[in-house]
Ligand binder design. Structure first.
Ligand SMILES: O=C(CO)COP(=O)(O)O
Length: 128
């Protein structure tokens, strides 16, 4: 199991971006000690909220696939992916692939804010 958290990925579907920004601000104390990578549009929102973020392509243009590749390479230690279960996503195969790769490599994946909070508390504990 992952006990060292150096880099996390943050991704949110459009209907969840506001919640992701709030979540990001609420956990600034943990995140400021970490590298952050994000899909393009999510990342641009997070940059505005105040931290350095490595912004990949937008999700529908391949951003989820880029983050999946980082997970497969062992370069991402946890994924926060706030999904919108009511939305339609043209890149659903990429979304499934990212989640599958997290399961394949046993990388923690939080797909909603409630599980995100619990994962962040775990990261906080291991980072002490
Ligand atoms: O589509 C996404 C996740 O599947 C998110 O991508 P953006 O952050 O570019 O909107």
């Amino acid at each position: 199991m992952h006990t060292e958290f150096k880099k996390v990925a943050m991704i949110a579907h459009d209907g969840k971006k506001a919640e992701m920004v709030g979540f990001f601000k609420d956990h600034m104390d943990v995140l400021e000690n970490m590298k952050i990578v994000a899909t393009g549009t999510t990342g641009s929102h997070l940059v505005k909220a105040g931290l350095e973020v490595d912004c990949k392509l937008s999700g529908p243009k391949g951003g989820d696939a880029q983050i999946a590749a980082l997970v497969a390479e062992g370069d991402v230690d946890a994924v926060f992916f706030f999904r919108d279960p009511l939305g339609k996503h043209p890149h659903e195969p990429d979304v499934q692939m990212l989640m599958r790769v997290c399961d394949l490599y046993d990388v923690p994946l939080a797909t909603n804010p409630a599980s995100g909070k619990l994962l962040m508390e775990g990261i906080r504990k291991f980072s002490k």
